[in-house]
Design a protein around this ligand. Structure first.
Ligand SMILES: [Zn+2]
Length: 179
């Protein structure tokens, strides 16, 4: 039923990406081939993450290395502090997903027969009847919101994992104060 919802993730929950981030976190410079050799991760995947990090102003390209016709790329890391790097990226992702939650309808109109989902306008236009099978639609919480909240939850766990003990304590007391 929720086929289209599977796979919508945050890049920070990708295990290989986390391995790369851990590897480069405290390095001033590194090359793509070096990461490939050390972590046994495909070059395309490494490059995909590096482009995301470049967009986020974390890494920058330094030079192309020509090893007898085999090219490698040297990159620099602006942060060089594991905790800072992770908290910066994770908080940015959490903010981005919170923004998406804000812009996502809280409920959708679902067909119990075939699993199709419609937003309010679509459902209204069709007199709350499923276009696919003609069954009556019911309003339910939007699965997408649940999924996004789940991603945030996982990012928060990740954030805790990379936070120092002091930061963790502060967070815990803040959370206590809230409830
Ligand atoms: Zn239907």
């Amino acid at each position: 039923m929720s086929k289209n919802l599977i796979g919508i993730m945050s890049y920070l929950l990708n295990e290989n990406y986390l391995k790369i981030l851990e590897y480069i976190a405290d390095k001033k410079e590194f090359t793509e081939k070096e990461i490939k050799r050390q972590l046994k991760i495909k070059e395309e995947e490494i490059r995909k993450l590096l482009y995301i990090l470049e967009e986020n102003n974390i890494v920058y390209p330094i030079s192309i290395i020509n090893n007898n016709g085999k090219f490698d790329f040297r990159w620099g890391n602006r942060i060089q502090d594991k905790e800072k790097l992770f908290s910066l990226l994770i908080n940015k992702e959490i903010n981005r997903i919170n923004e998406e939650i804000k812009n996502t309808p809280k409920t959708l109109y679902y067909c119990n027969e075939c699993g199709s989902a419609y937003n309010f306008d679509e459902a209204y236009e069709n007199d709350f009847i499923c276009k696919e099978c003609g069954s009556l639609l019911t309003e339910k919480e939007n699965f997408r919101i649940i999924e996004l909240e789940n991603i945030i939850h996982n990012l928060q766990i990740l954030l805790d994992k990379y936070s120092s003990k002091v930061a963790k304590k502060e967070k815990a007391s803040r959370a206590k104060g809230k409830k």
